[in-house]
Design a protein around this ligand. Sequence first.
Ligand SMILES: [Zn+2]
Length: 213
Amino acid sequence: MALTHGAVSVALVALATPALPDTVALPLLVVAFLGGILPDLDIVADHRKTLHYPVGYSVLAFLLAVGYVVAPSGTLLLAAVLVGSAAVHTCSDVLAGSVEAEPWNPTTERAVYNHALGAWHRPRRYVRYSGAPEDWLLALVAAATAIRSPASGSTVEAALFWLVAVAGGYTLVRRRFSALSARFPSRLAAVLPAVTVEETESGATTVAIRFRS
Ligand SMILES: [Zn+2]
C-alpha cells in the first residue's frame, strides 16, 4: 500500500534526522513521503514495473548522497531523500505479495520488476497484499515511530494520524472493494441494451437494439 511506503519513508528520515526547526524538517519529511508513494503511480500503467526501478533508484540515491557529502546543498539533500525513498519502496516490494487484482488468491510470482536484470523478483509475502491487516499494522508502527521522533512537528504528526485512519479504512474495505469492482461491469452489461450494427450488401445499414430482461 502506497500509504505504508510513505509512512515508512517518513519514519526512516525522521529517525535519521535530529530535532530540526520545522522549516527544515517539514520539507524533508514531505519529500520522503512523496518519494515513498510515487512509484505506485504506475498502478494505472504496468504496476510494479513502469515506475519501479529498485536498482536504478538505489544507484541514483547513492550518487546524490555522495554529491551532497562532497558539496552540501538543500536541493541535493531533498533529491537524495526523494530518490532514496523511492529506492526503499521498490526494494521492499519483494517483501510483499504479487501484483494481481486479488493478491490474497495469488496467481503469479511477480513482486517487482528489475529493469537491470530484465526479470521479475518473486514475492516473499511477509505482507500478503496491499490493505492486509499486517500492512496497516506496519503503517501504524511507522507512523508511531515518526510521531515519537523529535524530527516531526505538529503538522507532520496530524498528517500521520490521518494517514493511519485512512489506511485503516482502506484495510476494512479492501477485499470488498475488489469484489465490487469485479461485479460492477457484469451488472452494468446485464442492464444495458445490446446494440448491433450490420451493413447489408446493397449498402443499407440495419441497427438492432436488444434489451435483455
Ligand atoms: Zn510499489
